[in-house]
Design a protein around this ligand. Sequence first.
Ligand code: SAH
Length: 459
Amino acid sequence: MKSFPLFLTLENRPVVLVGGTAAAAAKARLLLSAGARLTVLAERPVPAFYDWAYEGALILLRRDFTPSDLDSAILAVAASASDDKDRAVAEAARAQGVPVNVVDRPDLSDFTVPAIVDRGQVIAAVSTSGAAPTLAQRLRSDLEARLSPALDGLAGFARELRPAVEQAIADPIERRRYWAGFFDGPIADRFLAGDEQTARRLAEDALAAPVAGGHVALVGAGPGDPELLTLKALRLLQRADVVVHDRLVGPAVLDYARRDAERVDVGKKRGQSYTQEAINALLLRLAGEGKRVVRLKGGDPFVFGRGGEEVASLVERGVSVELVPGITAATGCAAFAGFPLTHRDHASAVTFVSGERKAGGLALDWAALAKSDHTLVVYMGVATAAEIAARLTEHGMDGAVPVAVVENGTLPEQRSFFGTLARLGDLVRDNHVHPPALLVIGKVAGLAAGQAAPAARAA
Ligand code: SAH
């Protein structure tokens, strides 16, 4: 962190502002709105300062600055329009240990003033550490649009309720769950919509009701790019106590979880391999502890994700489960490699198959899969690519049918390779393709930008 953000209480505390420029007036307005006891040193101030002085909002001294002006100040701000004077203020402040801000001079400042969204008790501040004030302003307007003016009231309501909540709910985790429900659900919704009466009734009902047990959300994390998370996935991630994830779920996605949430990697790394039974048992235990659990799976939980088994085990034991679909590797990779999965002229069906070799080899209905006008998407097929191509050819598929291999789809390190069915095995081997990678077989694979048209290819 380039600088340390903090919110300072200025109510009734002495602050010195040197300069009477328009920029100084803007700072004065901010400092006054925070209740500072403001002394301004300015020989020729802009008119706003006379008005404030007349109203008794600040003390205006129409003379030059001297270091002793800072004697009791807790903050100093300089915007005098004179480089020498600003520098003198900065030096004097530093000598006396008073934090100083020189407007538009981060190099002379101990602190910078962020761009803020002011909602009373709720304040959002954005800083670029002085690097790009316009960017800070842009972000501030984004936040301005998203933060309801009623947030101050909502925060006040929560503050008022806090003693009762602390008394009624002793356990901090359960208390956090109460507050998460308060802000995520109908209580906050009703309040922000102006229906305070209903909000109050709901808040009291929620306090009186017995505390609910844990909850597991089975959430699809998408193929890798965190922007492919759904809004639901994001919301659940941000309020989870524990995130139980697979190896396929990368750090870029996990970064969206609450910072203090526990993270459990049940992937096969670090020598420690969780069996499906162990994962089921872990989820049950965490839910039993009353935690909000997010079980995060790569892609979609119900596409080759064994999501069905985890749900069954939880439902059987009465744990409440929520299901959140994700973008599966097939749709993610197709979009990021630039070809469709179906097409009016080339593919009227798409089939997802697993290329994983079972004890008895690859158990797939080759004759059905070898049909033309059909897109075949193979998950977990890196090791078996050559064999899959051979079986499909044996069952009548043309060796000239286009194929695509997409490795690490949607991630910055994505690699895509295009060729024909006859060369699928070579394509994987020669390019040293490693999982996770997807094989796409069918005319659509020839439609990616930069690919020859399938008709030309077949000729
Ligand atoms: N539930 C996941 C699939 C899990 S099976 C989903 O819906 O996507 C694991 C296989 O998915 C991998 O072997 C690979 O074939 C595919 N896969 C997952 N993420 C991928 C990615 N980012 N790029 C390419 N293939 C991926």
